[in-house]
Design a protein around this ligand. Structure first.
Ligand SMILES: Cc1cc2nc3c(=O)[nH]c(=O)nc-3n(C[C@H](O)[C@H](O)[C@H](O)COP(=O)(O)OP(=O)(O)OC[C@H]3O[C@@H](n4cnc5c(N)ncnc54)[C@H](O)[C@@H]3O)c2cc1C
Length: 378
């Protein structure tokens, strides 16, 4: 069968959308295949906002990657003539020796990042909507902020289509093979190409069954609280906020960007789900209870009226670092998965790295620490 495409991308969410754009802009003939629609709410890239921050303590190589991601998000904004990245700042509060606060301070020192340490009493003078224990350390990263998650995905895909990419929606990939060229089968037909990129998010275990990758799906509940106090509004200067709590939770909230109010969730928890297809999308009272307790304790003026509930998925690796590599058996197949609840901000740099590999055979981005050969994946 003739190879109509140079590259097929399976899964057009955050990473697949970016890959499609970075390939199309280099003149590569690319086909993206998505089982739902673009910007849908059934995977890992929905819920209006995603945090972007520079003070990465999880691994030093994330810092240059996030620097590049900031530049690429801005480039995307220029290309699509709309705002996607809002630098409203990030306020973090927690015990001085807790993993988050100590880690952010260490990253700030090592990478010379502008992180401000603000005494809790001084913070109360700036924005008294948070109840901060006097023993907590408060850090403020002014350059952090949020990305409009669905709009980012749509922007990548729209621009890719304008550059000639084909993106099919509502088509689930049922099978793929990569010997003697790539063949991808959906309910509607078979497509051929030279290269394949797998960006299936929480479905990667199913797309890569034979590899048995150690990926675990976590069910994440997100709740919006009506912002009765207008100081929680993005328009009034409220930052993204996060608290490392005594129960080792990391609760966070986004400023109100519309009438839905403040979005709150917990990064640490989340039920294990065997496959993405059987995810329980109903929010139960017991899911909401810890978020309500967090709001009552740390943001008491927010109010208790819930305007929206949503369920999302984290796809976790054992070390919580992403997987970005060639398939070990098929040099023409690339994998981008296991984004472990913190990958969205990196989407443009992931797409660019894959485009580098396909068009140049190598990349300048420091992504070796994300390779499959690391010990924690064996
Ligand atoms: C609640 C929550 C909060 C988060 N907060 C942050 C944050 O603040 N900052 C941050 O940087 N990151 C955050 N993340 C993580 C980030 O959103 C994810 O890591 C990222 O969006 C994952 O992108 P992805 O492309 O891997 O998955 P997705 O965007 O889900 O894309 C995978 C796509 O593949 C498609 N697909 C799968 N199988 C098939 C198939 N067989 N055929 C066709 N299509 C298929 C799916 O339908 C889906 O569209 C958060 C995640 C969640 C859930």
């Amino acid at each position: 069968m003739a190879q109509a495409y140079d590259v097929i991308v399976i899964g057009v969410g955050a990473m697949g959308g970016s890959a499609v754009w970075h390939l199309a802009r280099r003149g590569v003939r690319v086909l993206g295949i998505e089982q739902f629609d673009i910007g849908h709410d059934r995977g890992s890239s929905h819920g209006a906002t995603r945090l972007i921050r520079r003070a990465y303590f999880e691994h030093p190589d994330y810092v240059p990657l996030v620097d590049r991601a900031y530049a690429l998000w801005e480039e995307l904004e220029r290309a699509c003539s709309r705002k996607l990245l809002h630098r409203c700042g990030l306020m973090l509060a927690g015990k001085p020796d807790g993993p988050m606060i100590a880690g952010v301070e260490r990253a700030a020192r090592e990478h010379k990042l502008a992180i401000e340490s603000v005494p809790p009493a001084e913070w109360a003078g700036r924005l008294p909507v948070f109840r901060i224990d006097p023993a907590m350390r408060v850090l403020f990263e002014a350059d952090a902020g949020f990305l409009e998650v669905e709009n980012c995905v749509r922007a990548h895909v729209q621009l890719a289509r304008e550059r000639g990419a084909t993106v099919l929606t509502g088509q689930r990939v049922l099978d793929w093979s990569a010997e003697g060229g790539v063949r991808v089968t959906t309910g509607d037909g078979t497509f051929c190409a030279k290269h394949l990129i797998l960006c299936g998010g929480a479905w990667m275990g199913q797309l890569l069954q034979a590899m048995n990758l150690p990926l675990a799906i976590r069910r994440k509940v997100v709740v919006w609280f009506a912002a009765q106090d207008e100081r929680f509004a993005h328009a009034k200067g409220c930052p993204v906020f996060g608290f490392e709590t005594d129960d080792r939770g990391f609760y966070y909230g986004f400023p109100a960007i519309d009438a839905l109010g403040v979005k709150v969730s917990d990064h640490a928890g989340g039920e294990h789900t065997a496959t993405a297809d059987i995810l329980d999308r109903e929010v139960r009272p017991e899911d909401e209870a810890p978020l309500r307790r967090f709001v009552e304790r740390y943001t008491p003026s927010l109010g208790r009226s819930v305007t929206k509930r949503s369920v999302c998925m984290y796809t976790m690796t054992p070390d919580e670092h992403f997987i970005l590599d060639r398939h070990p058996q098929h040099p023409n197949v690339f994998l981008a998965c296991g984004f472990s609840g913190h990958g969205f901000k990196f989407a443009p740099v992931i797409g660019q790295t894959i485009a580098d590999w396909i068009t140049e055979g190598c990349t300048n981005h420091p992504v070796d620490f994300l390779r499959l050969r690391r010990a924690s994946l064996q």
